[in-house]
Design a protein around this ligand. Structure first.
Ligand code: QUE
Length: 367
């Protein structure tokens, strides 16, 4: 509600100057995505896909965070019951991720600030992602008993070497230029340049005075128009700050099983590896086992849609699982940050219980 008691829309949509602008507008919840927000954005984007007034889309946000994730508290509330609302959320969110992946026009996400989980899913699949020094990326789901969804099964195993496996299992955060160096963003700009960049993107192309309302030649190729703007603001980034660990990341996180990865971290003679091992020890063993299997399968699958179907099978079941409900309780509700995972250790996760999440769902759960 604003000062006058008027309900604020959680997503703002407008078309101006040939540009479709979506603005995440739930700043008090760090723009965490609700089912209604995902449905709203999906509805708007599917119209803009064929609307000639829209040459490209710009996604930005109000408040300090771009998007902290999905409304997982609501999903857990549903998961404590029949899980129907949680499945409705994941179904809607994944359809939005797919729409963005398949969007037929340029899609520019300005990932300024916290961009985690669900926030990654509405940006990383777009054609253009613009980071700055305030961008903070993570897929932190194994810390709440979930798994890196929203197309994590697609983009994580397609990152250099085993970088994606490392980020997915540990939930490690990437900051600023590292987001660009890792290929999560396509362009990296100075935060102080963002207002001017945004103004140029939203001003769209000049219109030809003689052709009335028709767009100028530059707008016949919106990709060139956008690339030209972004190129002028783009700042070079060097090697990622974790370059010195890449050899160990590829060697250790490339192991066949989670137990092998955990043991290899323990045996490695470096403070960095010891720290990674300590981080893994705080994450859900079941979630990490599911995540590793999910990324290996996602690397093999040929289409984004196949990955999203796999993710829906997993999420539909995981939303009612012990570790998810416990993770949300410990991290987001009680905030004691001491979840009691079941099973407690990596060695006790049964392959059968992991496998069960990947099995086809009864037909009626898809729609
Ligand atoms: C893992 C997650 C999420 C998370 C923390 C995790 C997530 C999410 C939020 C979040 C944070 C602040 C909010 C909010 C949600 O935190 O998905 O509404 O105000 O949305 O460790 O996956």
């Amino acid at each position: 509600m604003d000062a006058l008691g008027v309900e604020e829309k959680p997503v703002l949509a407008q078309v101006e100057n040939g540009v479709g602008r979506l603005t995440l507008n739930r700043p008090q919840a760090l723009n965490a995505l609700t089912t209604a927000m995902c449905r709203d954005m999906a509805h708007t984007l599917s119209q803009w896909a064929t609307d000639d007034r829209v040459r490209y889309v710009v996604l930005d946000h109000n408040g300090r965070a771009f998007c902290a994730g999905g409304d997982v508290r609501a999903a857990a509330r549903s998961g404590r019951g029949d899980g129907e609302a949680a499945r409705d959320f994941f179904r809607t969110e994944y359809r939005l991720n797919t729409l963005i992946k398949r969007f037929p026009k340029p899609f520019v996400a300005l990932i300024d600030g916290v961009t985690m989980g669900g926030g990654v899913g509405i940006s990383v699949h777009g054609s253009h992602r613009v980071s700055n020094e305030n961008t903070l990326f993570a897929m932190p789901e194994t810390g709440i008993g979930l798994f890196p969804d929203v197309g994590g099964g697609w983009f994580l195993p397609r990152m250099t070497g085993e970088t994606g496996t490392w980020l997915a299992l540990t939930g490690e955060r990437l900051k600023g230029a590292d987001v660009r160096a890792a290929g999560i963003s396509t362009h990296h700009v100075a935060a102080s340049d963002l207002p001017a960049l945004k103004a140029e993107l939203l001003a769209g192309p000049e219109r030809h005075p003689k052709s009335g309302n028709r767009f100028s030649d530059s707008m016949a190729r919106p990709n060139e128009f956008i690339d030209n703007i972004l190129h002028r603001y783009d700042r070079p980034v060097g090697e990622p700050s974790y370059t010195e660990h890449l050899e160990a990341i590829n060697r250790i996180f490339g192991k066949a099983t989670l137990a092998d990865i955990a043991i290899a971290l323990k045996l490695e003679d470096s403070d960095w590896a010891q720290h990674q091992g300590e981080v893994l020890a705080t994450r859900s063993p079941f979630s990490m086992s599911v995540t590793l299997r999910h990324l290996r399968e996602g690397r093999r699958l040929e289409t984004f849609e196949q990955v999203m179907e796999m993710e829906f099978r997993i999420a539909s079941r995981l939303c009612q699982s012990h570790d998810f409900l416990e993770g949300v309780r410990a991290v987001l509700e009680d905030k004691d940050h001491s979840p009691h995972w079941l099973p407690q250790s990596i060695g006790c996760v049964s392959a059968h219980s992991v496998e069960a999440l990947f099995q086809p769902l009864p037909r009626e759960l898809y729609d």
